[in-house]
Design a protein around this ligand. Sequence first.
Ligand code: HSE
Length: 315
Amino acid sequence: MKISVKVPATTANMGPGFDCLGMALPIYNTITLEETVLPGTGIEINIMADDDSIDEMSLEHIPMDENSIVYKAVKLLYNSIGQTPSELKININSQIPVARGLGSSAAVIVGGLLAANKLLGEPADETALLSIATEVEGHPDNVTPAIIGGLCLSSQEEDGSIVYSKLNWNDDWQITVCIPDYELATDISRSVLPEEVPMKDAIFNAKRMGMFVQAVNNKDKNLLKLALNDKLHQPYRMKLVPGFAEVKENLKHEDSVIGVVLSGAGPTILVISEKTNLERIKGIIKETFENLDVNVQILTLPVEQNGAQIISQED
Ligand code: HSE
């Protein structure tokens, strides 16, 4: 049997929601899982890119063997029903840029899991899939919208279960993703974070998270503007992301800009704005990166409301 699953990219954190907010975006990876009939062939993992989003440097830090995250996820699912995967071919067709803060690892984990689940006769329900995906990824903010779609607030509870809630993003608020051509591995971007933060910073973020949910529910632009701030991760990561401080600074007087935040662990930057003056905003972003000698891809994308989907199945 051969199953293909299409999984969206995701942007996590969205400013105040470190490790708990995430949104699906319309860039996709397709993960195909095939049971191979020849005994002894073991696990084969292939990665293909439609464009140059995966360069040789990216490939170096993607394990293609049993250390791969996609294999780890598939193995956990098999183990949960008392089985072990033996002969499997996993093909990853990647359009999501790797190590850019757009959820490429969550997408391969989720794609592998959903395909394996179908292959096994769907033993895992949504709750189980969310838990396994989070166990491999480490936090639920990317994997939840990759499975569910849309904008999700999610939490991993102490028993490992995932609780999530979907929020309705106002489609008038534009998401412009600025994807620089340099990579930043999530583990490096997490290594600069402190073990503990001052109480006042924790309170700052707790307030912003409350404001975020209220602003989204009430479509309140002024409240969202206040909400899109953070003291838990962005200040520490700033030095790893050339362009972030500069884009923020250069857009600070633009009335239609609601906020500038890091996408996940970076280095992609999200600019959230109203529809007016979008071309002018993009021009300022482009010029800012040009001045830093950093190539950047600038895309304004709608929210992807669908999560991962099985797109083909052959017996
Ligand atoms: N919440 C995660 C982080 C997302 O910021 O490190 C990246 O995987």
